[in-house]
Design a protein around this ligand. Structure first.
Ligand code: BF8
Ligand code: SF4
Length: 653
């Protein structure tokens, strides 16, 4: 391990007990983790505030963050131009990640329909019909294959359409869409938007921060309502729409007497194919012949959340635990595809003789074994991974130390299931949710999402923020690494209603749901958009998403994808608070535009706080402001509707 100035105390790094144990072990083993480097390498104070530009060779130019209007770049670019351009490029990168992932899912869908991929088939024909109907594709009396081909053609436009609006704008509440049209930000295909974003932020092009912001929103909307939404829909159609399932979370899901394989990344195909290989009797025999009781497949990060939501597969933890889990010595193979895969995972894996395999042609790691996953024969790759894992199991030489922590939680709340759960079996509806918001039992809805970051104590802000929110009767929807944090903290079980305020607790107890609903991976933030549209459609809470008593937060974010997500929520009408850091210079016009003025145009706006209690206060204040505007800001006592009442309410919606 590199000599570090001073090792940071483990209790200041994480609130995840398993990760803490493994950090301590890594230090004994002399293995450096990213927490140590985050401590050693201070964030660049100018870059942190996005006050530098390297878009041409007349620079790089840096602004004075303490007096931002003191100087301009060599070309004359102001701090507002520089920060807006940098922000735009982060949104372009985040949008590219989600849309490229979504496009890969759509290609898989196409090849499943035309019979070129035989290992997968359409698992949810009902969702195929529902999505098609929402896009005005005729379904009645038609063969599934015919509908699917039409849906493929329609959705391809989400990525490639040169001009005109993307198909999913049909799902946007009319008033929200009207705001976008007025501002000229209804997205075309993502390829076009990302291209234009990159062009406009090149040296000497768009140098008006307000005009740049329009393209920032348009690009982000091509992600949320475009690439991400298509990814979620197609993945549900192919692999099944999630419904609540009891799952296990944390490093204790690793088993000393089994072949442990961790799958980490984002495209569900790798883990779905791993499941096929792991269920193959030949593979299982190979494992038992090697002395193992079984093959233990475990997910991490978003791949893990995808498969946890659909199949209840165990999950070992979030982004900040992916190195730490290798320190257990119990991981026989870690296999990865795309996004959020730290380059040093390979090095840490080497320290513990763990087989480390990249599988996607877009994401290789120098020195690491690459076994390409071809979707036309995916198990060829995943069988090889199992063989490598079994070989490592047979030759285990490192001591094994598995933290014995396992939390149980109920996850897999698709927006379809929320509707069904609230409205009853025959006619699902968001009516009871809206009613409980109107009568004040539920104060509002919050999306708490996003990453963990080694510069922010792991899981702490996620858990503290969510506890504050539910205590104040705010129903919490979750995705991404935040969801793993809350699951580990035991807040995704129905019993967690005991920590909620009286109103929310009563609703949760009646329905039998937790106050914290896990909706899946980061692309599944699109489920929150659909749920919000449905709340507007059902009525009583205003005409646009901006009218809803709702807020979003990513308290420990790190990825450009989180910025793209935040911006598509802001552009859709949601107040979004980010924690830990924000790439903007305080006191500038661009900051004022994004943090204050944007709301006046009918959008949401950004907020920032570095402490979870402040974040909760800001979100609750916003929710109350929206309740006030709707004229529902009085708490009334109300007897909760019985299942019978809810059904009849559903029928009127
Ligand atoms: O897309 S929450 S650390 S794993 S970026 Fe990454 Fe952030 Fe986790 Fe999934 Ni999302
Ligand atoms: Fe400097 Fe302008 Fe070039 Fe940016 S584009 S590096 S601000 S000269």
């Amino acid at each position: 391990m590199a000599k570090l100035k001073e090792l940071i105390k483990v209790e200041d790094i994480t609130t995840c007990d398993s990760t803490a144990q493994m950090i301590t072990k890594a230090r004994k083993d002399g293995v450096e983790l990213f927490f140590d480097r985050a401590n050693e390498m201070k964030a660049c104070p100018i870059g942190e505030q996005s006050a530098c530009c390297k878009h041409c060779a007349m620079g790089p130019c840096r602004m004075n963050v303490n007096s931002p209007y003191d100087r301009v770049g060599v070309c004359g670019a102001t701090v507002d131009t520089i920060a807006a351009r940098n922000f735009g490029r982060m949104v372009a990168a985040g949008t590219a990640a989600h849309t490229d992932h979504g496009m890969a899912m759509l290609e898989l869908f196409r090849d499943v329909i035309n019979g070129k991929v035989k290992d997968f088939k359409i698992q949810d024909p009902q969702k195929l019909r529902e999505v098609s109907e929402a896009l005005d594709i005729k379904t009645e009396g038609r063969e599934l294959k015919e509908i699917a081909l039409d849906l493929y053609k329609e959705l391809e436009r989400t990525y490639t359409q040169v001009d005109g609006e993307i198909p999913n704008v049909k799902r946007v509440p009319p008033k929200t869409l009207e705001t976008w049209r007025k501002e000229g930000i209804v997205p075309r295909g993502a390829m076009r938007e990302i291209m234009e974003m990159m062009h406009r932020t090149a040296m000497g092009v768009d140098q008006d921060y307000e005009n740049i912001t329009k393209q920032i929103s348009r690009t982000a909307l091509a992600d949320g309502w475009g690439g991400s939404m298509v990814s979620t829909d197609i993945t549900d159609i192919l692999f099944g729409t999630p419904a609540p399932v009891l799952v296990e979370m944390d490093m204790g899901v690793l088993k000393e007497d089994q072949v442990n394989i961790i799958v980490h990344g984002h495209e569900p195909i790798l883990l779905e194919a791993m499941m096929i290989s792991a269920a193959d009797p030949e593979m299982q025999k190979m494992a038992t012949d090697a002395g193992a009781k079984a093959i233990n497949l475990v997910g991490m990060c978003c791949s893990g959340l995808d498969v946890l939501s659909r199949h209840g597969l165990p999950h070992a933890g979030n982004f900040s635990s992916t190195e730490a889990v290798l320190v257990t010595g119990a991981v026989d193979a870690m296999t990865v595809d795309i996004q959020c895969i730290k380059q040093d995972l390979f090095k840490v894996a080497q320290c513990y003789d763990t087989a480390f395999i990249t599988t996607n042609y877009r994401a290789k790691i120098e020195g690491a074994t690459h076994i390409a996953l071809d979707e036309h024969d995916p198990t060829d790759c995943t069988d090889q991974i199992i063989i490598k894992a079994v070989t490592r199991f047979k030759n285990r030489s490192k001591p094994i130390d598995i933290p014995q922590n396992v939390a149980r939680g109920v996850h897999g709340f698709s927006h379809e299931y929320i509707k069904y759960m609230l409205g009853g079996a025959y006619r699902g509806s968001y009516r009871p949710l809206n009613d409980n918001i109107i009568n004040g039992k539920i104060r509002g809805v919050a999306g708490v999402v996003g990453c963990t970051n080694p510069r922010s104590k792991q899981d702490f802000s996620h858990v503290e923020l969510v506890k504050e929110l539910i205590k104040n009767d705010v129903l919490v929807l979750q995705t991404g690494c935040s969801q793993s944090a809350l699951a580990k903290a035991g807040l995704t079980v129905p019993g967690a209603a005991a920590l909620a305020g009286n109103g929310l607790a009563e609703v949760c107890e009646t329905v039998g749901m937790p106050p914290v609903l896990g909706l899946g991976s980061c692309v599944d933030n699109s489920r929150i958009l659909v749920a919000a549209s449905e709340m507007v459609r059902v009525g009583g809470l205003g005409d646009s998403i901006a009218d809803l008593p709702a807020a979003g937060c990513a308290p420990e974010w790190m990825s450009e994808k989180a910025i793209a997500i935040g911006q598509y929520f802001v552009a859709s009408g949601v107040y979004v608070v980010f924690g830990h850091t924000f790439p903007i210079v305080k006191g500038t016009n661009f900051e004022k535009h994004m943090f204050e003025d944007y709301e006046n145009k009918g959008f949401g706006r950004w907020g920032f706080a570095d402490d979870p209690y402040k974040m909760a206060k800001m979100m609750i204040a916003h929710i109350d402001k929206k309740r006030e505007a709707l004229g529902i800001n009085k708490k009334k006592e109300r007897v909760l509707a019985s299942m019978e009442d809810r059904r009849s309410l559903a029928e009127t919606s």
